[in-house]
Design a protein around this ligand. Structure first.
Ligand code: AMP
Length: 190
């Protein structure tokens, strides 16, 4: 199985690249942000709990996210692999992912770190907020999401370096140029 963790700050292009990678390599795409937004729209218990955290730009607690992830993963059983988009976001989540995948006889194949400059991230997220109306794409929440990313999520770079699964991807070029480089990298796993 090809299991890809796509990593990067909010606005780095994880969602866009994930969709293209999923299509090219026939992978199931799991975006924890999308799953949570669906839970919110359906007003489930999880959705109601998650809403408060998401609107403040904070992370939803690990235990809730890990349970949700395991459930969604089992729904995708039989796929050639998975692209994890927006998960893991903390070291406990990365450890949980390893355990969940190991229990299912597989593991993370590679972590792709999409690198984009901070000012470009803010410009992209503000632009997306205008188009999509995503309630967390406003300046105040964007700043708190970036802070959370720097404090809670970036330790995963060292985690995956130690696992020898880390690959940096320059994320400032056009969508297609970035995708072509990712495609080349992932082809070695095919
Ligand atoms: P995203 O669509 O990936 O930018 O996620 C939007 C929001 O959903 C984040 O700001 C968090 O509040 C929440 N979220 C998504 N994925 C996770 C995760 N793996 N752990 C905790 N919170 C998450």
């Amino acid at each position: 199985m090809l299991n890809v963790v796509i990593f990067g700050a909010p606005g780095s292009g994880k969602g866009t690249q994930s969709e293209k990678i999923a299509k090219e390599f026939e992978l199931a795409h799991i975006s924890t942000g999308d799953v949570l937004r669906k839970e919110m729209a359906n007003e489930t218990e999880l959705g109601k709990t998650a809403k408060g955290y998401m609107e403040k730009g904070q992370l939803v607690p690990d235990s809730l996210i890990v349970d949700m992830l395991a459930k969604v993963l089992d729904e995708k059983k039989g796929s050639k692999g998975v692209i994890f988009d927006g998960f893991p976001r903390t070291t406990p989540q990365a450890e949980a992912l390893k355990k969940i995948l190991n229990e299912r006889g597989t593991d993370v194949s590679v972590m792709l770190d999409l690198q984009v400059e901070e000012q470009e991230l803010i410009t992209r997220l503000l632009g997306r907020g205008k188009l999509s109306g995503r309630s967390d794409d406003n300046l105040e929440t964007i700043q708190s999401r970036l802070k959370v990313y720097h404090t809670q999520t970036t330790p995963l770079i060292d985690y995956y370096k130690q696992e020898k699964k880390y690959i940096a991807v320059q994320g400032m070029d056009s969508i297609d140029d970035i995708f072509n480089r990712i495609k080349e990298t992932l082809s070695t796993w095919k």
